[in-house]
Design a protein around this ligand. Sequence first.
Ligand code: GLU
Length: 424
Amino acid sequence: MAYIEPAPLKDKENPFEAMMSRFHKASQILGLEEEIYNVLKNPTRQVIVSLPVTMDDGAIRVFEGYRVIHSTILGPSKGGIRFDPHVNLDEVKALAAWMTWKCAVVDIPYGGAKGGVTCNPREMSTGEIERLMRAYTQAMADVFGPDRDIPAPDMGTGPREMAWLMDQFSRIQGMTTHAVVTGKPLVMGGSLGRTEATGRGVMVSAMAAMEKLKINPYKATCAVQGFGNVGSWAANLLHERGLLVQAISDLSGAYYNEKGIDVAAATKYREVNNGSIEGFPEAQKITNEQLLTLPVDLLVPAATEDVITHSNAANIQAKLIVEGANGPTSSKADDIINEKGIVVVPDILANAGGVTVSYFEWVQNRLGYKWTADRVNRRSDRIMKDAFTNVYKTAQEYKVPMRIAAYMVAIDKVAKTYKYRGGY
Ligand code: GLU
């Protein structure tokens, strides 16, 4: 097939190229028609806005904000908003496409989108962040909508930011519009189980993979990179299922204890320590890089993109990698990991628990009804297990790694739907 090859990868991998290289591979194996390939490779819409915000000292600073709608073939687009100094258009484009594939893998009726603002929320006051979020919402008021594009939290944002977004959007509409955003605080239309949903999905995927690999969770060790919302919940829930969590980490470094980290204590420590685990006692301080190559059974990268690369992949000793973050493994590292026989449950499957419960939140908002935590968890666990089984079977059938299988499942679903809907 004569698709145009993705651009060659440089040393530091561009996330959009990383996404494209897997998309390309999976499309070739599926025998996807070139026209459809071209439809799916390009985002539907890319919006860039300038956001002037008055800072606390009275100065006006202009931030750049993005929203990329990758696809609306399966339904209204869905995806988080990232507040981070590294946010750029290529990253948001990749993250938007990953949302399309993620929603398709878990079979929820959404397309994919992502938003972001290049800023450092760690250096901003609450008031500055609120003004920035309201300015962003105002600028994106014609993009967002419960049937159009539904944002959610991502790195650097959480329920508080979603509350401001929902309020600002509702003011513009002149009516309360809960279903425009998910990941809201519980008191204003949030869903039970949403906060822990991504970490819980990581745990469910890890348990399913360990069953296939015949790893006994009560004898298994693991390392979790990143102790934000995803990593901390994943670590807590894996520990609850019997795994010995030997290392955790955040921006301050990694913390290792051969006999196991007290994850509950680390979570408490983070709460009273400004959101950081810096100086966590009863553990040896190592680097984030060392954490990735520890001799553990399970490695959960739950921090950011491009941490498992061609330069460290050969040193990874874990038997199983379950990707809590989006895009933690570079495409150049894929072959090295595969050759070593390491099983990878890819991001678009492993971290889809978050968007799954976002979907439940949206459904509840539209029903004007609240589900119990038990109902949310049972239904999301079922969706995650079914998606795992489907991807696993595809991997076996086509003799491909689970990552390529997950892309195949997703691309096939979106392509079939596109054919039914038709183009111009
Ligand atoms: N930001 C999360 C993700 O990358 C959640 C997106 C959502 O809930 O819409 O999956």
